[in-house]
Design a protein around this ligand. Structure first.
Ligand SMILES: [Zn+2]
Ligand SMILES: [Zn+2]
Length: 479
C-alpha cells in the first residue's frame, strides 16, 4: 500500500489539508495517479443554488479542518464566501470558511456518508425532482459564478455502486446489475465525453453524464455485482474500451449511434431487442411506411421485445426502476395536443430560433429517422403573424424532444397523426410513440427483461454490443 501523501499539483488534494487519508497512488506509481478516484458534481452552478443543507453523521468528520459530528449545517453564500450556519452552541455558527469548504471523514471510514438535502435530480427532464443523497468520501463546496458547486470525491467502484442503483433499482436481478455496471464502467473509462471540465469535475450526477445519487440505495446484490465485475469493461476488437451508451427503453429496436451523435461508435450497433425469431425482425428499420404499424399495430398484443410489457410487465417495473423514475408506460405511449396547445408550446420551445412568429401550426413532418424510428429531423410548417406559410426544421433527437414537450418528450420515435378542421387547420395532433431515451447502446429495460428471462450478463452485453469482449480495463491490467 502506498503511504498517504499529498500531490503538489493534484486537483483532488488541493484544499483538503485536513484529510490525511488520500487513497491516490503516489506520483511515482506506474499507473495514472487519478485512476481509482472520481470527482462528481452533485450541485452545479447552473442549478443556481446559493444555500445547501447537510447532515453530518454521528462519526468523526472534519469541516474546514475542525472536528464536527452529528449535526445539520447550512452552507450559504455571502458575498463571495461560504458561511456556515450551525446550531448556536457550535463554534461553526456564522463562521465564514472562504470560497472552499471540505467535509470528510476524520479517519478512513468507507461506509460513512453525509446527507446532502434537496439536490436536483433530472435537470431539465420530465421527471426532475429534489432528493436527499448520502455521499461517501469527501464533499467539497465552493463558489462558482455566485452559486454553489458541490463535488463528491470518491473511489470509482463506490461511484459505480451508486450509478447502478440510481440508473435502476438495487433490487433488479444481479445479472442485470452486472451488465449495467460493466457498461457504466466502460463509458466512464472510455471518457470520450468530458462535458464539465471547466468545473474541475469528471462527471455530473445526472443523465447528462451518468446518474449518481449517492450510495444510500446500494443493496448487497448491487455491491456484489460491482465487486464481481471489478475493473471489467467492454473492449472492442480494435483494442479500445467501448464508449458504451445506454438508455431506458429502445421501444423494440435499438438506435444506431450515428443517428444520435452523428457518427458511428465502435462496438455499438442497431439491433432488434427481442429473441432471434421475433416478429419485430420483419420491420427491419423503421420508416414513414411502417411506423404506424410499429407504434400501434395489433402485433403489439403478442410482442416479445425484451423491453416490452410482455417481458417486463408494467406492474413490476416500478420496483426495478430508479427511485426518481415514474414506472411503466414507456414502451408505447401517446400524447395528444390540440392545434392551439401545440402552437403555444412551439412558440415557447422554439423561441429564439430564427425569431419565429407562429400564428398557427399547420403540419409536423418527420423527414429523417434513425433505424429505431427516432426522428432526427422534423419540419414544422406554420402560418406566421402575417399569414404567410413558413417552415422551420428541428435537427436531432434532443432538440426534437425538447421542442415537443414542456418537460422533454420520452423519445423522438413517434408517429404523427393530425386531424384537421373544415378549414384544414390541425384540430388535434397525436404523437404515438415508442421507447424512452435516445435508444442507443444497451436498452436498460430490455437488459432487465433478458435477466428476468434467465440470461447472464455476458449474453446481455453481447446482445447489445457487437465485436466486443468483456475484459479487465487495460490501464488497470498494466499497473
Ligand atoms: Zn453531465
Ligand atoms: Zn429495448
Amino acid at each position: 500500500m502506498p503511504s498517504p501523501k499529498y500531490h503538489a499539483d493534484c486537483k483532488i488534494c488541493i484544499g483538503m489539508m485536513m484529510d490525511t487519508t488520500c487513497k491516490q497512488r503516489p506520483a511515482d506509481d506506474r499507473t495514472d495517479s487519478h485512476a481509482t478516484r472520481v470527482r462528481i458534481g452533485i450541485i452545479l452552478p447552473q442549478d443556481r443554488v446559493t444555500r445547501a443543507c447537510l447532515t453530518i453523521p454521528d462519526v468523526p468528520y472534519t469541516a474546514d479542518g475542525d472536528p464536527v459530528r452529528a449535526v445539520t449545517l447550512t452552507a450559504r453564500i455571502e458575498g463571495t464566501s461560504i458561511v456556515l450556519d450551525a446550531p448556536r452552541q457550535s463554534a461553526k455558527h456564522g463562521h465564514s470558511v472562504g470560497q472552499l469548504l471540505t467535509l470528510s471523514p476524520a479517519t478512513p471510514a468507507p461506509t460513512a456518508t453525509l446527507t446532502l438535502h434537496n439536490c436536483i435530480a433530472g435537470r431539465g427532464f420530465h421527471w426532475s425532482k429534489h432528493i436527499d443523497v448520502a455521499l461517501p468520501g469527501r464533499v467539497e463546496l465552493s463558489v462558482k459564478d455566485g452559486h454553489l458547486l458541490v463535488v463528491n470525491d470518491l473511489d470509482i467502484e463506490s461511484y459505480l455502486e451508486g450509478v447502478i442503483t440510481a440508473e435502476m433499482s438495487g433490487d433488479a436481478p444481479t445479472e442485470f446489475l452486472k451488465a449495467q455496471c460493466i457498461v457504466a464502467r466502460s463509458w466512464m473509462r472510455a471518457a470520450t465525453e468530458r462535458k464539465h471540465s471547466e468545473l474541475g469535475i469528471d462527471f455530473c450526477n445526472d443523465d447528462c453524464c451518468q446518474r449518481y445519487q449517492g450510495i444510500g440505495a446500494v443493496t448487497e446484490s448491487a455491491a456484489g455485482a460491482v465487486d464481481q465485475t471489478a475493473g471489467r469493461v467492454l473492449i472492442h476488437t480494435t483494442g479500445g474500451i467501448v464508449d458504451a451508451n445506454y438508455a431506458k427503453s429502445c421501444g423494440g429496436i435499438t438506435e444506431a449511434p450515428e443517428h444520435v451523435w452523428g457518427a458511428p461508435k465502435p462496438g455499438q450497433h442497431s439491433t432488434v431487442d427481442a429473441p432471434r425469431d421475433s416478429a419485430i425482425a420483419r420491420f427491419g428499420a423503421i420508416t414513414e411506411t411502417n411506423i404506424a404499424e410499429y407504434t400501434t399495430g395489433p402485433w403489439l398484443g403478442e410482442c416479445d421485445a425484451y423491453c416490452s410489457p410482455g417481458a417486463v410487465p408494467d406492474r413490476d417495473l416500478p420496483r426495478y426502476l430508479g427511485r426518481v423514475d415514474d414506472g411503466g408506460g414507456h414502451f408505447r405511449w401517446h400524447i395528444r395536443y390540440s392545434g392551439g396547445e401545440l402552437t403555444d408550446l412551439l412558440r415557447r420551445t422554439l423561441r429564439g430560433d430564427a425569431e419565429l412568429q407562429i400564428r398557427h401550426i399547420q403540419d409536423l413532418v418527420v423527414t429523417h429517422r434513425g433505424r429505431s424510428g427516432r426522428a432526427i429531423r422534423l419540419v414544422v410548417a406554420y402560418d406566421d403573424n402575417r399569414g404567410r406559410r413558413q417552415a422551420t426544421s428541428i435537427e436531432g433527437q434532443y432538440r426534437i424532444r425538447d421542442a415537443l414537450h414542456e418537460s422533454f418528450l420520452f423519445s423522438s420515435a413517434f408517429d404523427v397523426r393530425i386531424e384537421r378542421d373544415a378549414a384544414g387547420r390541425p384540430k388535434t395532433i397525436d404523437l404515438f410513440g415508442a421507447g424512452w431515451g435516445h435508444g442507443a447502446g444497451m436498452c436498460q429495460i430490455g437488459a432487465l427483461g433478458m435477466a428476468l428471462a434467465g440470461h447472464d450478463h455476458r449474453r446481455i452485453l453481447h446482445h447489445y454490443f457487437k465485436d466486443v469482449t468483456i475484459a479487465s480495463d487495460p490501464s488497470l491490467r498494466d499497473a
